[in-house]
Ligand binder design. Structure first.
Ligand SMILES: [Zn+2]
Length: 257
């Protein structure tokens, strides 16, 4: 199956010893909390934030982070964007050929250099707006919760590794959930609308979201499916999404004339 990666992650800083809700969030606390977490409903918002922070911290540590031209371009494209509904945002570029971006519920946004290579500034803005939509709509929060529960439900906790190794495996599972999140069609539609509006609000081409979707579909046709993920799972759905984004841009343009 062709998969497209656009991952939006919020940045989280590792806090190995904070106390949240009576849980000591070092590696041991992370694992023993997982052992007790039977359902998504039992996971508090504070836990989600801390899980997100630790997940991103691990991903950052395992990635090559650009501090050159990519970082400069991203900060120019997103200049002035400091928070989302009061949630402080932070951005980093992962240097990789993969075409992806993701956001995490703590305000961390991670953009892959492979995505920046194929998108112009307007399209990049729309895609980041799409990912911010997933954060604003709490989609990423649910993804983290579900991944944590699924991971805890497996026998990973019964393995003979150290707490550190088990915690690392848990965080790896949650990172994977962010990178290849499978959101529902309704969630994607809402995130697309958010991306389109975000681009418009920042003075970009109203067709930026539409153009970005079209470009990703063309790239997948060119045999690049292995490096593209998440938002663009299959063509009928992508075409439907493009249709909706064209209509939204048409309506906006008509309202300005
Ligand atoms: Zn999405």
């Amino acid at each position: 199956m062709k998969r497209f990666f656009v991952i939006l992650a919020t940045t989280l800083s590792l806090c190995s010893c904070s106390v949240l809700g009576g849980i000591n969030w070092n590696a041991e606390g992370l694992v023993s909390a997982a052992g007790k977490a039977a359902t998504a409903a039992s996971i508090s918002d504070d836990m989600v934030v801390e899980l997100s922070r630790q997940t991103i911290a691990q991903m950052d540590a395992q990635s090559v982070i650009d501090h050159g031209a990519y970082e400069q371009r991203l900060s120019r494209v997103l200049s002035g964007l400091k928070d989302l509904d009061g949630l402080p945002l932070n951005f980093k570029v992962y240097k990789t050929k993969e075409i992806n971006a993701f956001a995490c519920g703590d305000g961390s946004i991670r953009v892959y250099s492979g995505l920046m290579d194929v998108m112009d500034d307007d399209e990049l803005t729309a895609i980041i707006g799409h990912e911010l939509g997933h954060v604003r709509h709490k989609d990423t929060k649910r993804a983290i919760k579900n991944a944590y529960v699924a991971s805890a439900a497996r026998d990973i906790l019964a393995s003979a590794g150290s707490y550190g190794a088990m915690a690392s495996a848990l965080l790896g599972d949650m990172g994977e959930a962010l990178v290849s999140a499978q959101f529902s069609q309704a969630q994607e539609y809402k995130a697309d609308e958010h991306g389109c509006q975000f681009a418009i609000d920042r003075g970009k081409n109203p067709y930026s979201m539409y153009n970005a979707l079209e470009k990703l579909m063309q790239l997948s046709d060119g045999g690049n499916g292995s490096v593209i993920a998440h938002m663009f799972a299959d063509h009928p759905k992508t075409e439907k999404r493009m249709e909706r984004m064209k209509k939204m841009a048409d309506n906006y343009t008509a309202s300005k004339n």
